[in-house]
Design a protein around this ligand. Structure first.
Ligand SMILES: [Zn+2]
Length: 368
């Protein structure tokens, strides 16, 4: 549900701007509310415990999610909503809990109409990991006696369903909106069956982005990934690509020992573009380290002085953050925000390439 901008509080804006370098205003963003997950039993006979839901409330704060395959939003507020559900098999309304999240997306990424369409009864998929799954019958996390989905008669003679309660979440990876079936935009009177389009998309399943087919009736089939070449394969007999002294070199693969040498040094590619990418990425890295050494003071990585590091922020491209927020990522660390900004200015184009275009696999045309 879209949140009217007049209901976006100053505190909300503060939360939104907490991890951004520029200060954004209500005019820059759309805010909306979604239900991430709840304590209801799912089709796999698993349910998230109330305690687990409260922990996920903290873990999911600040996390990013896919609204579509290429538009991301970020959560800036989370809370738990208690609801009462009346079930047909019980006269008492049952307490259940929902993890709600408020998220924002930039207006330049999406129109209000598109966002409203996405948020019209969205199905949300979340990826998180838990330390313990507890059997609902015996309370053991290592139960081997009871099977999920089966019923067992308890001491009072009442049949109880066995399910797993998820406890102790360790990580919250990501959330995404499950795309709705594509509606047929044509106005012709096709039979109804034809309008149920099979949509191929990606879903977060157990924290992994997975290719799935949605059949429009709520059915989801996981598409088994075909093994795509990565560009790092051993060439079958002929040539391989390597970064030689003169930038990119091409080498005829005849001497096996040399082949092993290049392969073991990870300087062996079946794809030329990949080879170029890796070389360029490492060159930028070396330039950044040299710039830091020549222009900034030495920094003890293990001391608790404030440090700055350049990172990729998918929202704005280049971002400089306080070192403690993310940890060391094989990039030089700067003693001040100003030094880091100087460095960004010096290597702006390279950094933009690094963050926006650099790939170490996927979508590469692989040499035969
Ligand atoms: Zn059990």
């Amino acid at each position: 549900m879209l949140i009217d901008s007049k209901y976006i509080s100053d505190n909300d804006m503060k939360q939104i701007n907490k991890n951004t370098r520029k200060n954004f205003t209500r005019d820059d963003i759309y805010a909306f509310e979604i239900t991430l997950c709840d304590s209801e039993l799912d089709a796999d006979y698993e349910a998230i415990s109330k305690d687990c839901l409260y922990k996920l409330k903290d873990l999911s704060l600040g996390s990013s999610g896919f609204l579509t395959s290429d538009i991301m939003a970020r959560i800036f507020d989370t809370y738990i909503e208690k609801v009462f559900i009346s079930r047909s098999n019980s006269i008492l309304a049952e307490e259940t809990y929902k993890l709600k999240a408020k998220a924002y997306v930039f207006k330049n990424a999406i129109t209000e109409e598109e966002l409203n369409h996405i948020l019209n009864h969205p199905e949300i998929s979340v990826g998180f990991s838990v330390k313990r799954r507890v059997c609902s019958i015996c309370g053991s996390s290592e139960c081997s006696k009871h099977i999920k989905g089966q019923k067992y008669v308890d001491e009072a003679g009442i049949k109880q369903l066995c399910y797993n309660l998820l406890n102790d979440p360790t990580d919250f990876y990501e959330w995404s909106v499950v795309p709705k079936q594509q509606e047929s935009k044509s106005n012709d009177n096709k039979p109804k069956e034809n309008k149920v389009a099979i949509v191929k998309t990606k879903l977060m399943i157990n924290g992994k982005l997975t290719d799935v087919k949605l059949d429009g009736n709520g059915g989801i089939t996981i598409i088994k990934p075909e093994k795509k070449p990565t560009g790092w394969e051993r060439a079958k007999g002929e040539t391989y690509i390597y970064c030689g002294a003169s930038l990119i070199g091409q080498h005829i693969d005849s001497a096996r020992t040399e082949d092993d040498n290049a392969y073991n040094r990870a300087n062996y590619f079946s794809d030329e573009k990949l080879c170029e990418n890796i070389y360029r990425m490492q060159q930028i890295q070396r330039k950044l380290f040299r710039w830091q050494a020549e222009n900034d003071k030495p920094i003890d990585l293990h001391s608790n002085c404030q440090k700055w590091i350049i990172v990729d922020d998918y929202e704005f491209g280049i971002e400089i953050v306080d070192y403690y927020k993310i940890g060391y990522g094989f990039m030089p660390v700067f003693s001040s925000l100003e030094k880091a900004e100087d460095c960004v200015k010096t290597f702006k184009n390279e950094l933009i390439w690094l963050f926006a275009e650099f790939k170490w696999r996927e979508k590469l045309k692989v040499a035969a």
